[in-house]
Design a protein around this ligand. Structure first.
Ligand SMILES: NC(=O)c1ccc[n+]([C@@H]2O[C@H](COP(=O)([O-])OP(=O)(O)OC[C@H]3O[C@@H](n4cnc5c(N)ncnc54)[C@H](O)[C@@H]3O)[C@@H](O)[C@H]2O)c1
Length: 248
């Protein structure tokens, strides 16, 4: 497939996990992909407005335009509110929500001028439903869902579409850092069970959804949050389906 032939894409959080998989998918489909990440040869911190602005301008200077932005840069974090330090609150909001706003802001400068562009932000099922101890992470991802809708309203008439993906739990370095400990083994099993397909997701399954939303195949889709979650948010599974003979 060559849905992105001649297109220039910027992917944040490109050095790992879902961002890395999305870079590979967009490249495979013909895009010229530029990754922004705090790690790597030319680091870009999405919380640093001057750095984001300069990096976005450098992309346009080098490649002439920016057609696609996918915002994967993110960090886990949180804990129950009564014990949550304000510095931790600011750190997570800073990367996940403010970083999304800043990269969108500086891509939009160019997309508005071009009168075209497609942005895919990255939330989470935890931006749609609450989770135990989720607090600031969930708040940051819920903020991304709403920011996406607002940008879709504001920039649709300028030819810019803005959508969001909300992944379920996907096996990446971030996932392993949160779920990897022995103490989390049982919790991890519970989380797996909550995915109605009975498994965690693969980075390539998120990349495929982002590629769809970013591409012209989604030309009439904007302001949408696409859950890619193996049924995590579809509702409760109590085991009644097993009694009904539906056990897999
Ligand atoms: N893995 C999951 O289960 C899951 C589920 C839902 C949503 N998400 C979201 O998807 C995104 C990617 O997650 P992942 O699992 O691939 O994580 P990851 O930790 O594997 O990758 C995140 C990348 O973001 C980069 N990054 C962090 N802070 C940055 C900053 N300030 N500026 C630039 N880059 C920065 C990191 O260096 C890393 O390369 C995150 O926003 C995460 O919240 C992940």
């Amino acid at each position: 497939m060559t849905r992105f032939d001649g297109k220039v894409a910027v992917v944040t959080g490109a050095a790992s996990g879902l961002g890395e998989a999305t870079c590979a998918r967009l490249t495979e489909e013909g895009a010229m992909v530029v990754g922004f990440d705090v790690t790597g040869a030319t680091p870009v911190d999405v919380t640093d407005e001057a750095a984001v602005s300069a990096a976005m301008d450098a992309v346009v200077a080098a490649h002439g335009r920016v057609d696609v932005l996918a915002t994967f840069a993110g960090v886990p974090g949180g804990g129950p509110v009564h014990g949550l330090d304000v510095d931790e609150w600011s750190r997570v909001i800073g990367v996940n929500l403010t970083g999304t706003y800043l990269t969108c802001k500086h891509a939009l400068r160019h997309m508005i001028e071009q009168r075209s562009g497609s942005i895919v932000t990255v939330a989470s099922v935890e931006g749609i439903e609450g989770t135990e101890g989720g607090s600031v992470y969930n708040a940051s991802k819920g903020g991304v869902v709403m920011l996406t809708k607002n940008m879709a309203i504001d920039y649709g008439r300028m030819g810019v579409r803005v959508n969001c993906v909300a992944p379920g739990f996907i096996d990446t370095p971030m996932f392993r850092s949160v779920m990897g400990s022995e103490a989390m083994a049982q919790v991890k099993d519970e989380y797996r069970e909550h995915h109605k397909l009975g498994r965690f997701g693969l980075p390539s399954e998120i990349a495929a959804a982002v590629a769809f939303l970013a591409s012209d195949d989604a030309s009439f889709v904007t302001g949408h949050t696409l859950v890619v979650d193996g049924g995590y948010t579809s509702g409760m599974r109590t085991g009644l389906s097993d009694l009904l003979g539906l056990g897999g």
